[in-house]
Design a protein around this ligand. Structure first.
Ligand code: CP
Ligand code: NVA
Length: 315
């Protein structure tokens, strides 16, 4: 991989995304066969979580352990990044001690800033703008379900519909569509659509990749004929105070049996989790045979190990 950091899927070339998927598949196969993969023996990853996390925290820590290294989960209130000292000074310290940094925080610019200052790789574990590790794992899951080759992926004809808030998950999905060339239709209420700059960039890339990216306000129009239906919480971390208002605005976007029936009969249902059952998705959908949410969660482990292996092994 040429890139030093993993901050956005839009920073990757198609070959680099393919490299991540191929490495992840190889590492996953070896783990399933009980083979030891010690690519990162003696390496250390620092993890900074300014927002809560279950999946990202556990999968990065377990992933580093399985690759022979260790992960340090720093308490943000103890290090007070940007308060006790500048982000630049902290980043310069990390660069002297560890082999990589994984950060989940609010501002996307903070992650870009740290990546710019640090000499070691920086991995985006979610910002207000993007959630790239999640979407790489999700695309890997889709490739498994549709038997799409990881070394030469062809997404032609595959349609993903994202229903709900135009948030970090939706934005990274748009980046992935632009890069890899699947069709993406997004159904969001007016005023809650995805990031304009992310969309414009993806539309520009779609000329090369062949992606068709469409925005709708009508969820039924967005979901029509979808192979994959994806949703996420209506109020992301940091927006909890808007929850009551959002529940009213978003209720027509709830993925229930009736809405899902407008997708293909064989459609898969995806959610990055945590889910607010009864809000953006009903139990009858998330617990149905359509749902692959725990496959997605499992693949966070394998795909992030692919990213860690490619970024950290020579650092
Ligand atoms: N999907 C995801 O990133 O989960 P966590 O917030 O629990 O890490
Ligand atoms: N959009 C959600 C994703 C959680 C993994 C959030 O930012 O809270």
């Amino acid at each position: 991989m040429k890139v030093k950091d993993f901050v956005s899927i839009a920073d990757l070339k198609r070959e680099e995304a393919v490299e991540i998927f191929t490495e992840a598949e190889d590492i996953k196969k070896k783990l399933k066969k009980g083979k030891k993969v010690s690519i990162l023996e003696g390496k250390t990853l620092v993890m900074i979580f300014d927002k809560p996390s279950l999946r990202t925290r556990v999968t990065f820590e377990v992933g580093m352990f399985q690759l022979g290294g260790i992960a340090l989960d720093l308490d943000p209130s103890a290090i007070q990044l940007g308060v006790r000292e500048t982000v630049y000074d902290a980043a310069m310290n990390f660069s002297r001690w560890v082999n990589g940094i994984m950060i989940r925080t609010f501002s996307h610019d903070t992650v870009r800033d740290i990546a710019c200052h640090c000499t070691v790789p920086v991995i985006n574990g979610l910002t207000d703008l993007l959630h790239p590790c999640q979407i790489m794992a999700d695309i890997f899951t889709i490739m498994e379900k549709f038997s799409i080759s990881v070394s030469n992926p062809d997404f032609k004809g595959l349609k993903i519909s994202y229903i709900g808030d135009g948030n970090n998950v939706a934005n990274s999905l748009i980046n992935a569509a632009g890069l890899l060339g699947f069709d993406l239709s997004i159904g969001s209420p007016e005023g809650y659509t995805c990031n304009k700059a992310v969309l414009e960039n993806a539309l520009e890339c779609s000329g090369k990749s062949g992606a068709k990216i469409e925005l709708f306000t009508d969820p039924a129009a967005a979901i029509k004929n979808a192979d994959v239906v994806y949703t996420d919480v209506w109020a992301s971390m940091g927006k909890e105070d808007e929850r009551e208002k959002r529940i009213k605005v978003f209720s027509p976007y709830r993925v229930n049996k009736e809405l899902l029936s407008k997708a293909k009969k064989t459609a898969y249902f995806m959610h990055c989790l945590p889910a607010h059952r009864g809000e953006e998705v009903t139990d009858e959908v998330i617990d149905s045979e359509h749902s692959i949410v725990f496959d997605q969660a499992e693949n966070r482990l394998h795909v992030q190990k692919g990213i860690l292996s490619l970024l950290l092994r020579n650092k």
